[in-house]
Design a protein around this ligand. Structure first.
Ligand SMILES: C[S@@+](CC[C@H](N)C(=O)[O-])C[C@H]1O[C@@H](n2cnc3c(N)ncnc32)[C@H](O)[C@@H]1O
Length: 202
């Protein structure tokens, strides 16, 4: 099985070209996330990739930090947004400072990570959020985890999947209050699973 990092190294440029400059089903959720943020919000984009929503956050006067395991994706994010703070890091080992973020965006940031690490990651998100802070999370809908064919990369890649009740229960057991959930369809080039969107408050 090819490591996720190596796959992203090969497709970083193509990923960015494919998904930028087009309407994406998550745009409306991100608008809502933004509307829930206070002035000068501090945002963490976990598994940020090329940081596709950083322009909106910066335009609102928010500060943005991003973390991603792929050096190539972080390189692209830094080039696009020199004012944000991006670092290479592994969410499986993430250790956030307590109560520092107003919002955490994790859009498919855990989808290539084995589910045994997800409790740790989501608990760290909870810890890192201020009281009443907001998590916007998207995951792949489906059962279990394993290799999935990804047309964009032309290869299989490790992917984790959730049923809606399963991810809701996980989040509520950690202490999150679910604000809303939704299901959206994949866009062109994406895996063919539907995706789950969850907005939750600490
Ligand atoms: C499907 S992309 C999503 C990127 C971005 N959030 C977006 O919505 O466009 C998944 C991202 O997770 C990153 N990733 C995979 N495993 C990771 C890990 N263990 N720690 C941090 N990032 C990881 C990948 O490098 C990739 O950029």
């Amino acid at each position: 099985m090819k490591p996720v990092k190596d796959i992203y190294k090969n497709i970083a440029k193509k990923y960015t070209e494919t998904y930028s400059d087009k309407e994406y089903p998550t745009d409306k959720y991100v608008d809502q996330f933004v509307s829930m943020m206070p002035k000068e919000a501090r945002i963490l984009d976990a598994g940020c990739g090329d940081a596709s929503y950083t322009d909106i956050f910066l335009s609102k006067g928010f500060s943005v930090e991003g973390i991603d395991i792929s050096e190539e994706m972080i390189k692209i994010a830094r080039k696009k947004f020199p004012k944000a703070n991006f670092k290479i890091g592994d969410l499986r080992k993430v250790n956030l400072k307590e109560k520092i973020y107003d919002g955490i965006l994790c859009m498919q940031g855990t989808c290539h990570i084995a589910k045994k690490y997800h409790d740790h990651i989501l608990k760290e998100f909870y810890k890192g959020l201020k009281e009443d802070g907001i998590l916007f999370l998207t995951v792949q809908e489906g059962e279990g985890e394993g290799l999935t064919y990804w047309p964009l990369a032309g290869t299989e890649i490790f992917t984790s999947h959730y049923q809606l009740d399963e991810i809701k229960e996980k989040l509520t057991s950690i202490g999150f209050n679910i604000i809303f959930t939704d299901i959206y369809s994949p866009c062109k080039g994406d895996y063919q699973n539907n995706k789950l969107a969850i907005m939750a408050r600490k």
